[in-house]
Ligand binder design. Structure first.
Ligand code: HEC
Ligand code: HEC
Length: 263
């Protein structure tokens, strides 16, 4: 049993590390062991026994399953570079990432999800440093003028200037730079076709706004928090939603994220 404990877990316990962290990353050993059990039954085939994203199915998948060893997560409510909140990971695990092999694990209880998150955290040292944690960002509601023609027009111009090089002038993901982009794991990072009714980040205007604020860690999709004003971001979103392809019938999309509250 003791052999199964990661060496650093022991160190953490002895160093009383819990006392120092901003968002106390409390390591609960019983939960960690529960999480290991759940991970081995549900996640290993893609994310690999060592959490390096090299599970049996990995080679056939695009995008590849995430390596958890670098502690980098795309879909968050926290600023670019920061670790996600627990609520962000819960949302991903519960609802999956549309259009990828990362399915929804709605059969897992809240407790099971909490435990598997504890285990996922054990793969990367980033979770042990308080400076990698951050409070969630604030995201405003969409403005009432969102669908007014003049803003949609401005959004088109802004999209050409800031996004088209990667996402393509018509947002289909085929911009001139698209084929050359790689992520931090040195795998191709394909710009999303933003006309799809279901994006990984979610289906709503607010979901795209959140990505523009947070960026996607470890990918060329950086944060536009400093580059575009909130009004400019909503204008881009207004144009993007005017280009959406028709909805295909689904089992009923994901509900709004509770993660925005930071829990
Ligand atoms: C069939 C393959 C598969 C299985 C099984 C799977 N995943 Fe994934 N997972 C993926 C892929 C592929 C990605 C990367 C998606 C991307 O980069 O857009 C991913 C990404 C993730 C991410 C990163 C999300 C982010 O914000 O970057 C988390 C967290 C995650 N998976 C957790 C889990 C957990 C926990 C389990 C088990 C309960 C699990 N996954 C099972 C394929 C899988
Ligand atoms: C340098 C290239 C680049 C630029 C510029 C860029 N993006 Fe991206 N974007 C990407 C890549 C690559 C991804 C996918 C990353 C991944 O998953 O590996 C992405 C993903 C996204 C997503 C997430 C979609 C999903 O699947 O959930 C949104 C939304 C998005 N971009 C919007 C924009 C908007 C709007 C702009 C302009 C303000 C923009 N991007 C500018 C490269 C870029």
């Amino acid at each position: 049993m003791v052999l199964l404990i990661r060496w650093w877990l022991l160190l953490l316990v002895f160093a009383g590390w819990r006392a120092h962290a901003a968002e106390p990353p409390s390591i609960d050993f019983a939960r960690y062991m529960e999480g290991k059990y759940i991970f081995e039954r549900n996640c290993i085939v893609c994310h690999g026994p060592r959490g390096d994203g090299a599970g049996e199915m990995a080679a056939s998948l695009n995008p590849r399953p995430r390596s958890f060893r670098e502690g980098m997560f795309k879909f968050r409510t926290t600023p670019f570079g920061a670790l996600p909140r627990e609520g962000d990971l819960r949302y991903t695990i519960k609802h999956g990432l549309s259009g990828t092999a990362m399915g929804m694990f709605s059969q897992l209880s809240d407790r099971d999800i909490g435990a598997v998150i504890e285990y996922v955290k054990s793969f990367s040292r980033r979770w042990r440093k308080a400076e990698n944690y951050a409070e969630p960002m604030r995201f405003p509601d969409p403005p009432s003028w969102l669908n007014e023609a003049k803003h949609v027009e401005k959004g088109k111009t802004l999209f050409s200037a800031h996004c088209a090089v990667c996402h393509g002038p018509n947002a289909d993901g085929k911009g001139p730079a698209a084929a050359t982009l790689k992520n931090m794991w040195n795998f191709p990072s394909l710009p999303s076709d933003l006309r799809q009714p279901h994006l990984r980040c979610g289906d709503r205007e607010e979901d795209v706004y959140r990505v523009l604020a947070t960026g996607l860690n470890g990918t060329p999709m950086v944060s536009f928090d400093a580059l575009l004003t909130p009004e400019q971001r909503w204008e881009i979103i207004a144009w993007l939603f005017s280009q959406k392809l028709p909805q295909v019938p689904t089992l009923g999309g994901a509900p709004p994220r509770e993660a925005a509250s930071g829990k």
